[in-house]
Design a protein around this ligand. Structure first.
Ligand code: PSU
Ligand code: MN
Length: 309
């Protein structure tokens, strides 16, 4: 018997069959973005926020070689407690062949969610172009994945450790729509604002649902689920909850110096920076990260409800 290439949990399969609201959640934020044991609490809380709204959570991960959309309680525990690899799209066939497990990045999550037919996805902050990318070529696979997988990703902009203007340019090149939720400027993860003006502002979940429907209508009934763009819904953390900007700038400089001294490269860069920043901020950045992620999960739930209505 061959292993399934994609396994939907019973609640996710049932919700998709009946046209009910479903929101995908990524697992790298749990395995590599948040420290233990807060990561397990967060994973359960994100699911509970959705369940409380009447929305089916679909946490995505690869367990024992099988990509899963929707995890049971033990699956959620495993992504938080096991030392799992950070899995991007290119890692999926390797994990499948080996029967391995991996926590999926935004890139891999958006791909698997799109294959399953899940249209809305919540994360903390999307990956993007790293500072110094003109030398290192370090560009997150998240961007390319969003260009080819039709999921609306609710994100607090992109992490301010990145080159944020370059990331927005790249999203334009890749033809990924970017809309600001109740904002005219692109947020920077821990910070609510930037000086980067957005072309499009939306003020309600219903407006976002209408854009998603327009994307589907333009693609036509026979369009494949993947191979067409998703959307970035930039949802700023409320100003009262943002990190102190001066403190933010100070800690980021320390983090870049530490990453360079440690010679961190490749997929280790983002987890290194996030972990360093949590420690150097004495946990302040962690609380903001959790606040913005909860905020994104709630908005994603509202969009999924509007889409199902
Ligand atoms: N958002 C968070 N914490 C995270 C991430 C996003 O609040 O840890 C993860 C996502 O999984 C995203 C990844 O895909 O960081 C980006 O990694 P890279 O820069 O290596 O592509
Ligand atoms: Mn990278």
């Amino acid at each position: 018997m061959t292993s399934p290439t994609l396994l939907l949990s019973d609640p996710v399969a049932e919700a998709l069959r009946s046209g009910g609201p479903v929101v995908a959640l990524e697992s790298t934020i749990i395995s590599h973005g948040l420290p233990r044991p807060r990561n397990l609490e967060a994973a359960r809380e994100f699911e509970a926020i959705l369940t409380g709204m009447g929305v089916t959570p679909a946490t995505v991960a690869v367990l024992d070689g099988i990509p899963r959309v929707g995890l049971d309680s033990d699956g959620v525990r495993r992504i938080a407690e096991e030392d799992m690899t950070k899995a991007s799209i290119r890692d999926l066939p390797i994990l499948a062949a080996r029967g391995g497990s991996g926590a999926t990045t935004v890139a891999a999550t958006t791909r698997l969610a799109a294959l399953a037919g899940v249209r809305v996805f919540a994360t903390g902050g999307l990956g993007g172009i790293h500072r110094g990318a003109s030398e290192t070529f370090d560009e997150s696979a998240d961007l390319q994945a969003l260009a080819t997988s039709p999921t609306a990703v609710v994100s607090a902009g992109v992490k301010s450790v990145l080159d944020v203007p370059a990331t927005l340019e790249r999203l334009e090149t890749l033809s990924v729509p970017v809309v600001g939720y109740r904002t005219d400027v692109f947020p920077r993860f821990w910070l609510s604002e930037s000086d980067l003006a957005l072309d499009w502002r939306v003020d309600s979940p219903a407006e976002i649902a209408a854009i998603i429907r327009a994307q589907d209508a333009a693609a036509g009934p026979d369009a494949p689920r993947i191979g067409r763009p998703g959307m970035v819904v930039a949802n700023p953390v409320p100003l009262a909850q943002q990190w102190d900007p001066a403190e933010h700038d100070r800690v980021l400089l320390e983090a870049f110096a530490a990453a360079s001294a440690a010679g961190v490269r490749g997929k280790a860069v983002t987890p290194f920076l996030l972990g360093f920043i949590v420690n150097a901020s004495q946990g302040v950045s962690l609380e903001v990260n959790l606040d913005l992620a909860r905020n994104n999960v709630r908005l994603a739930g509202e969009i999924a409800l509007a889409l199902a209505a």
